[in-house]
Design a protein around this ligand. Structure first.
Ligand SMILES: [Zn+2]
Length: 349
């Protein structure tokens, strides 16, 4: 029997968190109706809400499904997406969208949206990421990535993602070849968090890290041309300094990072966490459609190549403790305090 953390569940309802759809059902005692967390309807009083792990349980307890949010369809959508993921992973060639949608019984356009919302990337992006991942992972011939991941039950996903730190930045083909053909410019910044390395390709920032210098770039991208920052990089650098010094003024800076489909989905979710807020590793796992992949989220989080701008510091453990941080826990605490402070200051205005 799945236990429900009612505090977390209610918080998910309060912020209408779509990533919690399918994980919990809220039933309203006064109206006899049950909803999914993202339901657009007005929130009932907390004391009138009772939580269930699944729609069937709410139904069995005598509640009726909400006509607005159609909570019974969540399970069906999730199953369709899971089935499509399996089809993509089992296919020799990436299946066309129309083919996938037909296989799970949805209209292509609708299914594309559904898949992207759940997984964080489109079916085509997922297939591309998977192919890149396959090229990189050391798997035996007779075992697919899916099988290996499912066999592992996500209990030891670190085997799949641990080497991810070594393959970030630039296009998949460029990073596979040690950055061949790419020019990477870098600078060392004196920030309130200490010295940081910032590096960028022509497309955007590919690395922003603590405790690294030029040598790290040569090790990661042995075939790239690595040069000091030029005039053209000045605005990127000042944007980075602004982002670090004034979290609430987060400028929209171009990034050029690549990871597996899973990592990219995690990093995309991280960028949605507002300044001054935090999420748990479990929240992010649910948001990328892999609620069991909590540890894999931790690993993807830790392999984030662009600190601060992809705010992996805003992910903490469900119990409220900080968890880990590539730049050290003092810096994570400093970042969160600065953001909390900045947010409060803004609210006080
Ligand atoms: Zn509803």
């Amino acid at each position: 029997m799945k236990t429900i953390d009612e505090k977390q569940a209610w918080a998910a309802f309060e912020r209408r968190d779509r990533s919690w759809d399918g994980r919990v059902i809220g039933a309203v005692k006064t109206t006899g109706i049950y909803c999914k967390p993202s339901c657009p309807a007005r929130r009932p009083k907390r004391e009138n809400v009772e939580f269930f792990a699944a729609a069937e349980a709410a139904l069995a307890a005598g509640y009726r499904p909400c006509l607005r949010c159609k909570p019974d369809e969540v399970g069906r959508d999730r199953e369709a997406v899971a089935k499509a993921v399996r089809l993509i992973e089992q296919a020799e060639e990436p299946p066309a969208l129309a083919e996938l949608a037909a296989a799970v019984g949805y209209a292509p356009h609708h299914f594309q949206r559904l898949f992207t919302r759940d997984v964080g990337v489109s079916p085509a992006q997922y297939a591309r990421g998977l192919r890149a991942q396959r090229a990189q992972t050391q798997l035996t011939e007779d075992k697919s990535v899916t099988e290996a991941i499912y066999d592992a039950g996500y209990a030891a996903p670190s085997r799949f993602y641990a080497d991810a730190k070594e393959r970030l930045g630039m296009t998949p083909s460029a990073w596979r070849d040690g950055g061949r053909g790419e020019t990477i410019r870098y600078a060392m910044l004196d920030t309130p968090l200490g010295q940081m390395l910032v590096a960028a390709t022509a497309k955007g920032i590919c690395r922003l890290t603590f405790d690294e210098d030029e040598g790290a770039l040569h090790r990661r991208f042995p075939n790239a041309t690595i040069l000091p920052a030029d005039e053209a990089m000045a605005s990127l650098i000042s944007g980075v300094m602004t982002a670090i010094e004034t979290p609430t003024a987060m400028p929209d800076l171009p990034l050029d990072v690549r990871g597996t489909a899973f990592q990219e989905a995690v990093w995309r979710e991280l960028r949605k966490i507002p300044v001054g807020q935090t999420r748990s590793y479990a929240d992010i796992a649910a948001a990328v459609g892999q609620p069991l992949a909590v540890r894999a989220v931790g690993t993807a989080n830790g392999s984030n190549p662009v600190a601060v701008l992809v705010p992996c510091h805003r992910v903490i453990r469900s119990d409220g403790t900080l968890g880990g941080y590539a730049g050290g826990l003092d810096r994570k605490r400093q970042l969160l305090e600065a953001e909390g402070h900045a947010t409060r200051a803004k609210l006080a205005l």
